[in-house]
Design a protein around this ligand. Structure first.
Ligand code: M6R
Length: 369
């Protein structure tokens, strides 16, 4: 049932192009219009929503962090993303014009379930983004958008994460479409690029051998740091989480702009630092900033592992290892930039002799608070 792979995780990483395409299936028509009538929240309610709140845990929370950038950019509706375990204990401000999005692969995560129950009690509408048909979270929500990743067996989430991202983009773009924002042209063009993203994920998977080799060469290290900006920041957090849970290494993700506010003190000779570089096109100021950050850590002896778009030559002099990802719109980059980090963590776990599919102390779904 592992389909010829040694681990479910490897199989699930390889299934990502299909998982992503399946999650898009039937939701974009030939004219590039989104059809999400299945969520059965009347467009009027979506037009009147004045706030979006996303709740989730772990990897799903990272998808939610990325969704915030997409929703605020394309819809101009304020959006906050919060750890489900923190959410209801701070008396959040919610009412009937709040759209709450609960993201969960399993649909059974207790903290996320309790957060959505709390939101509904306050009169908010809850949309679940979920991978498991008929599970508790979608059953208790007002609406559901299913991800079509298929069953995810490995404890470390991979294909579910990519499909959660796709679902979040679909919701963000749909909100933009329904509300008619000034980003109409951009939304149209991104929908077109999203429709083809499965091929880009496939292209990344085809070039992963150097990443595996690099991972093996770092098997005896204690620490790996991850840096990103904008949507690259949650990607950095996700890369660090994968490494913790699989390789049992000290791994931390930072917003690159925070370096000078503390984390740079961790940099010493030879520490591997993975940097997720945004596209030099579009928001080029972000790119300039992160290039400075790479220089800063390298000047202090870090071993830089740079994930950058094809054709980005500016980063080349500062990268000890360069991992190329296809050109994508800035907001969609996490769909391709996360994949090398999954492969990296999986290979490091194997090299360290760890149990890849069943890491110590972890359960696939956390049904206690
Ligand atoms: O089933 P859920 O998506 O609600 O699970 C949330 C987290 O427990 C989950 O993403 C966890 O962080 C993964 N093991 C990460 O790989």
């Amino acid at each position: 049932e592992k389909g010829g792979y040694d681990y479910f995780m490897l199989k699930e990483i390889a299934e990502q192009p299909k998982a992503v395409s399946d999650t898009l299936l039937g939701r974009i028509d030939g004219a590039g219009q989104l059809h999400l009538d299945e969520i059965r929240i009347p467009p009027r309610v979506l037009r009147e929503a004045d706030k979006v709140v996303i709740v989730a845990c772990g990897t799903a929370y990272h998808a939610g962090m990325i969704a915030k950038y997409a929703i605020e950019h394309w819809t101009r509706v304020p959006c906050e993303t919060e750890l489900a375990s923190e959410f209801r204990y701070r008396d959040p401000i919610l009412d009937s014009r709040t759209l709450v999005i609960a993201i969960s692969q399993s649909g059974e995560t207790m903290d996320t379930l309790m957060a959505l129950r709390h939101a509904r009690e306050q009169g908010a509408r809850v949309l679940a983004i979920c991978n498991t048909n008929g599970s508790t979270i979608p059953r208790e929500s007002d609406a559901v958008l299913y991800t079509h990743a298929g069953p995810e067996v490995a404890v470390a989430s991979t294909k579910a994460f990519l499909t959660q991202l796709v679902a979040c983009y679909l919701v963000a773009l749909y909100l933009g479409q329904v509300r008619g924002t000034k980003w109409g042209d951009e939304i149209q063009s991104v929908i077109g690029q999203l429709a083809r993203i499965g091929d880009e994920v496939e292209a990344v998977l085809d070039t992963m051998e150097p990443v595996r080799e690099l991972a093996r060469s770092l098997a005896d290290r204690d620490t790996v740091l991850f840096l990103g900006r904008h949507v690259g920041f949650p990607v950095a957090l996700e890369g660090a989480l994968k490494l913790k849970e699989l390789a049992y290494m000290h791994a931390e993700g930072f917003a690159a702009g925070e370096l000078k506010h503390g984390p740079i003190a961790l940099i010493e000779k030879g520490v591997p630092v993975v940097v997720v570089v945004p596209s030099p096109r579009g928001r080029s100021v972000l790119h300039d900033k992160i290039v400075s950050n790479i220089q800063e850590v390298r000047a202090r002896g870090a071993l830089t592992i740079v994930i950058a778009e094809e054709g980005d030559t500016v980063v080349e002099p500062y990268a000890d290892h360069l991992v190329r990802v296809p050109v994508t719109p800035t907001l969609l980059q996490p769909l391709v930039a996360t994949v090398p980090l999954q492969v990296f963590a999986c290979e490091l776990a194997t090299a360290r002799g760890n149990e890849v599919d069943q890491p110590r102390n972890l359960a696939k779904s956390v049904t206690v608070e």
